[in-house]
Design a protein around this ligand. Structure first.
Ligand code: ADP
Ligand code: MG
Length: 611
């Protein structure tokens, strides 16, 4: 029976399609296509991209949409990597102070905004139309405090929140006639500036604050302009995931700098194993500590710090996206690499930057389930074509990779995508071990973007993908390896004297002051930090004995296997173990692309033949 099949691979970055005609056991591939994934992998927004990819592939194959008999989707693993990346270091904030912590029992709930005033001054305030936040140091007894607040209230003084040094939040709250949010256990209460505009927010038990952790919430409360909002965004970020917080705005120059710590990472392993490591210890120490965890169950960041903000934010974003509770979302892997992070110098007049060391973190987030079934149903309804969910992604990728000439089982594939590096080992028997590791192409782009202080991801992506040159005169350019290139046509004047990115038919001059060697070094080291580290991590995971000497074939697939230097770096590194490693040539024609989509088509046939 003749049938037309379409394999569809939804990745974090790309959606790939392969179309084939099936005639008995005979398979003929007709076309393939790649588009950017629309929406987050595994959500219904993917349908739009899939439709576009199919349309193009159908056109290339010279058939009609209606001719497709069956679409096979990959069973997307419920791990997401692309969202989960950040650079973390200590940040210094001026012009604002904040308290963000999770006392066991804050009082009340809600948001209060007002001028900070000491509790024993409160009944002496002159402007009664103003709202106030009471600041309550430890030498005041809770009963007296409650009495004082009630009294003030009855005198027409509006108190909208309180900050308490002792663990008295609930005790005070219970005695109040008018309920207000109270943040307690604020040890350094004497640091809170008085007579300044402040906001206090407490969330109901089991919830997290919403306003003070939102930059626009802060800009609304404190009436900030866009520049000031950018500055305060760091505070919002550090407060994400807290149950209570206080933010105090102080005018220029009055406040001493306040540090938001980089923070600690808490690792939770099986059998109640618990380890912690500080971001300031650097990537190596972090990964060493990770190495001591037998089976990673989850990872947390210290609240009120930058790393806490990152992990908590991640959980919340994904919870919202998948409609689950943040508690159901766990971090299944992370990669820390050292990074240089530009920081603006306080008081700098011309945007001077100081380069500080920090850590770049990528993580894999495991959600309960990614609703692929929903995507499949929606697709079926919209296109009127039967859709089935094919095999596991890793299995399909191997199936596709094995069409590379010169390979056989046992084989390991490294699928190097945007958000994650996935590895799978297939034994001769067909048994498969696989793993999904955080960190891939997007992390390299992020490192390049940061370390060259570009603040332009697209340019960073360009630098990642192409070699450099330096235009020395109108007719000659020095290449990365020192050789000289002469041109018949003059180079465009705006490239003169500049380091340029050499795309096939375009030169992009770089504004940065860094030399060509420096840029090249950053580019290559970013690739090594992410991909060499991850390739070794991946192999250790999938080869049960951890002994790489038994391996012979490693095939690289995915977008990052197209890179002009990453595969060579791995060939060299894995060559040390006697492994033949190189990038795939799917079906002998497609290079490292289309492995999963091809595998989805092939697997279906094997299935039918077996039946
Ligand atoms: P996914 O399977 O996660 O959707 P892909 O396999 O499409 O991801 O890989 C996407 C990654 O590949 C991106 O990080 C992108 O920068 C990188 N990439 C794509 N083309 C190239 C190239 N020519 N050189 C280097 N990297 C590339
Ligand atoms: Mg992929």
């Amino acid at each position: 029976m003749k049938r037309i099949l379409a394999g569809v691979d939804i990745g974090n970055s790309s959606t790939e399609v392969a179309i084939a005609r099936l005639d008995g056991n005979d398979i003929k591939f007709l076309s393939q296509c790649l588009v950017r994934t629309t929406g987050i992998k595994g959500t219904s927004e993917n349908v739009e991209g899939i439709r576009r990819a199919l349309q193009e592939a159908v056109k290339k194959a010279d058939i009609e949409f209606e001719d497709i008999d069956l679409i096979r989707l990959n069973d997307a693993v419920p791990v997401i990597g692309d969202l989960a990346m950040d650079l973390i270091s200590e940040t210094i904030i001026t012009e604002s102070s904040m308290v963000g912590h999770n006392p066991d029992t804050p009082g009340g709930a809600g948001l209060g905004v007002g001028i900070t005033v000491l509790i024993d001054q409160i009944r002496k305030v002159e402007q009664k139309e103003q709202d106030y936040i009471a600041v309550i140091p430890k030498y005041f007894d809770y009963a007296w405090v409650a009495h004082c607040l009630n009294q003030a209230e009855s005198e027409g003084i509006s108190i909208t929140g309180a900050v308490v040094q002792k663990d008295d939040g609930v005790l005070i709250h219970n005695r109040l006639k008018k309920k207000i949010p109270i943040v307690d256990e604020v040890a350094l209460i004497e640091k809170i500036p008085l007579w300044k505009l402040a906001a206090v927010e407490v969330a109901l038990p089991g919830h997290v604050i919403r306003t003070l952790s939102n930059p626009y919430g802060l800009s609304t409360i404190f009436q900030l302009d866009p520049d000031e909002t950018i500055q305060i965004a760091l505070i919002a970020k550090a407060l994400v995931g807290n149950r209570s917080a206080v933010v105090i705005r102080t005018p220029k120059g009055e406040v001493v700098e306040r540090k938001i710590e980089a923070g600690k990472i808490f690792l939770k392993g099986a059998n109640t194993q618990k380890l912690e490591v500080s971001i300031n210890d650097g990537a190596e120490e972090i990964m060493n500590t990770y190495g001591k965890v037998e089976t990673l169950i989850d990872v947390y960041g210290e609240t009120g710090t930058n790393v806490g903000g990152m992990f908590n934010g991640l959980r919340q974003d994904l919870a919202q996206l998948t409609g689950q509770s943040p508690d159901d979302i766990t971090i299944s892997d992370f990669l820390a690499v050292d990074a240089v992070i530009p920081n603006s110098i306080t008081g700098a007049m011309a945007g001077e930057l100081s380069m500080e060391s920090g850590v770049a973190l990528a993580s894999m987030v495991k959600t309960d389930k990614v609703p692929v079934q929903k995507v499949a149903s929606l697709l079926e309804k919209e296109l009127g074509i039967e859709v089935e969910i094919g095999g596991v992604e890793a299995e399909m990728a191997i199936c596709g990779a094995l069409t590379t000439p010169g390979t056989r089982k046992p084989i390991v594939i490294l699928d190097m995508g945007g958000g994650s590096t996935d590895a799978a080992l297939m034994y001769e028997s067909g048994k498969i071990n696989s793993c999904h590791l955080a960190g891939a192409g997007s992390m390299v782009t992020m490192l390049i973007n940061s370390e060259l202080a570009l603040d332009d991801k697209e340019l960073a992506e360009k630098i990642k993908r192409n070699p450099l040159g330096k235009v020395l005169s109108l007719f000659h350019m020095q290449l990365e390896d020192g050789t000289m290139l002469f041109s018949e046509k003059p180079y465009p004047p705006h490239t003169f004297g500049k380091v340029v990115v050499r795309e096939e038919d375009e030169l992009t001059p770089l504004a940065t002051k860094a030399t060509m060697d420096k840029i090249r070094e950053i580019r290559r080291s970013a690739k090594r930090r992410v991909f060499v580290t991850n390739a070794l991590r991946a192999l250790k995971r999938v080869v049960p004995t951890g002994n790489l000497k038994h391996l012979s074939f490693v095939v690289m697939v995915g977008g990052s296997a197209l890179d002009f230097e990453i595969p060579q770096m791995l060939t060299e590194e894995l060559g040390k173990y006697g492994i033949v490693a190189g990038f795939a040539n799917i079906r002998g024609t497609e290079g490292p692309r289309n492995a999963v989509a091809t595998g989805l088509v092939l697997a279906s046939v094997r299935h039918e033949v077996l039946k």
